[in-house]
Design a protein around this ligand. Structure first.
Ligand SMILES: C[S@@+](CC[C@H](N)C(=O)[O-])C[C@H]1O[C@@H](n2cnc3c(N)ncnc32)[C@H](O)[C@@H]1O
Length: 252
């Protein structure tokens, strides 16, 4: 098990005791880094809702929601029809078993493509979204929908985490991200979180360029031993890269 922690006691207890037992696809490595960011946002006074599109049985959602500050809500959106109808029941049971009381979160059975930004903000009583994880259908069309949906209600200093970027099974999907970044020149890739495994693939963290300084140096300082020093060449800037086992090819 990779020795990594978020620094948030409830999240870290879940990551060390139960995370791998809740069926799901996101890596513990990525969940710890995202938990750290959710904790940092609260420390900086950045408030709002936490949203996951594509909760499945709740593995990553629980890690996020355990980082809720008082008065905040987490929204878990899923069609809850795959691989069978029991998935929503398992999601609710996993949330309860891991200390999430039903008043803290909303389980929203819906296809994200039918949700309008106002509907989402309504579920959050008008609060913006401060951290979102997009992990639904891995198609350019669905990712584009989900990115625009979340961006419309994103806190100025909010973060969007995108699952399965650069996954060998979904090579086309990252195209939707670059199209999105071209449409939204105010946004940038903050960090690439590398894979643990092919079933726990890389994630991108995206935020407004103006907010990157709130997170970048802190991530670097907190996770220095996971830093891939070459970073990610985004052509006009470099994004941070964190990887479970950093190393460079030997050339001499
Ligand atoms: C890979 S699983 C999510 C894994 C989970 N986030 C984790 O880290 O363990 C993808 C989920 O997205 C859901 N999904 C796919 N397309 C969707 C859509 N358009 N709207 C809502 N949910 C969707 C599926 O039902 C499935 O549960």
């Amino acid at each position: 098990m990779i020795d990594i922690a978020s620094g948030h006691p409830a999240i870290d207890r879940y990551l060390s005791e139960s995370y791998e037992r809740v069926r799901g696809m996101s890596s513990r490595f990525a969940a710890a880094i995202c938990g750290h960011l959710i904790r940092r946002q609260a420390a900086l006074g950045i408030g709002g809702g936490l949203v996951e599109i594509g909760t499945f049985e709740g593995r990553f959602f629980i890690a996020m929601a355990l980082g809720l500050a008082p008065g905040e809500t987490a929204i878990g959106i899923d069609r809850f029809d795959w691989p069978n109808a029991g998935v929503e029941g398992r999601f609710l049971a996993n949330c309860a078993a891991n200390g999430l009381s039903s008043g803290r979160y909303v389980s929203w059975k819906a296809d994200s493509r039918t949700i309008k930004p106002d509907d989402l903000q309504g579920k959050l009583a008008g609060q913006p979204v401060r951290f979102a994880h997009i992990d639904s259908h891995h198609s350019r069309e669905c990712l584009t929908n989900d990115l625009e949906l979340v961006t419309a209600v994103l806190h100025h200093d909010g973060i969007i985490c995108l699952d399965d970027m650069l996954h060998p099974g979904y090579p086309m999907v990252v195209g939707a991200v670059f199209d999105y970044l071209a449409r939204h020149s105010e946004m940038r890739v903050l960090c690439v979180i590398d894979r643990e495994d092919i079933v726990a693939a890389p994630k991108f963290l995206v935020c407004r360029s103006a907010s990157a300084a709130l997170y970048e140096n802190d991530l670097l300082a907190s996770f220095a031993r996971f830093h891939f020093t070459m970073n990610a060449d985004m052509e006009t800037y470099f994004a941070l890269v964190l990887t479970p086992h950093p190393r460079l090819a030997e050339v001499e």
